[in-house]
Design a protein. Sequence first.
Length: 286
Amino acid sequence: MTLRIRTIARLTGIREATLRAWERRYGFPRPLRNESNYRVYSRDEVENIRRVAKLISEGLAVSEAIAQVRTTPVGELPVGERLEERFWSAVMMLDGDEADRVLGEARAAMDARTYCDAFLMPLLREMGMRLDIAREHMASALIRQRLRALLLAEDSPPEGPRVLLACPERDMHEGGLLALGLHLKRKGWRVTLLGADTPAEALRSACQQVHPDLVALSCVRRRDPGELQQVLSASVKACAPTLVVVGGPGAREHLKAIFSAGAQYAETAEELVLLWQQARGESNRT
């Protein structure tokens, strides 16, 4: 499978005219020509263009980036970087089987924590900047499957506090939520996962059923402060009197809205646990 220059430009952010100029000046990239004499790019060329674009974004000059990619083939990169490059290349070619195969190879080469924190989550965070909607949907679905498998494979403690994990209504991105669940399980928490797009009424029903010690909401979808406060206020009311802690990139910029809704904010699993411990200590003193 090959890609046309227009697609390469859209996916890398490098203009078609720039790619043609690089080809004339540096002999890079080296596209093939199809029967209509249009430039088409192989998987290897797609991979190299993406690497050059990344190096330029990190501050290298074009000539330096191209030289580095030429002198360090993908096969000579460290294992994690090599697998990342292969994954992005497969996704850009819409080759789901190869992308999933790369994720499997990475799992075999890494322990669960490294696989989650240093491989899968960075891939998930970069998608919005790298991919169009079709490729993002394919890639994120593959990564969520892997994160969910990690979470299910982790043994649940027989005792310990219980956390209810969900994304608020209309928030479909549950990757960070799955990673949080894995970390909390490792800390001795029992995890009940509701997942994406969870309305307040579903939170209410779940809280009445499982009586969690903590409710954690992951907000990735961008909302204005007023909308976020409204959604969180409904969630806090539904979960009362259980502490609700919010995290995620969709919440980070709106701390005032979070606190006004009666929720707390945490960046990490460690911060979340600390907030719960503090709240429990205050409850015991009253």
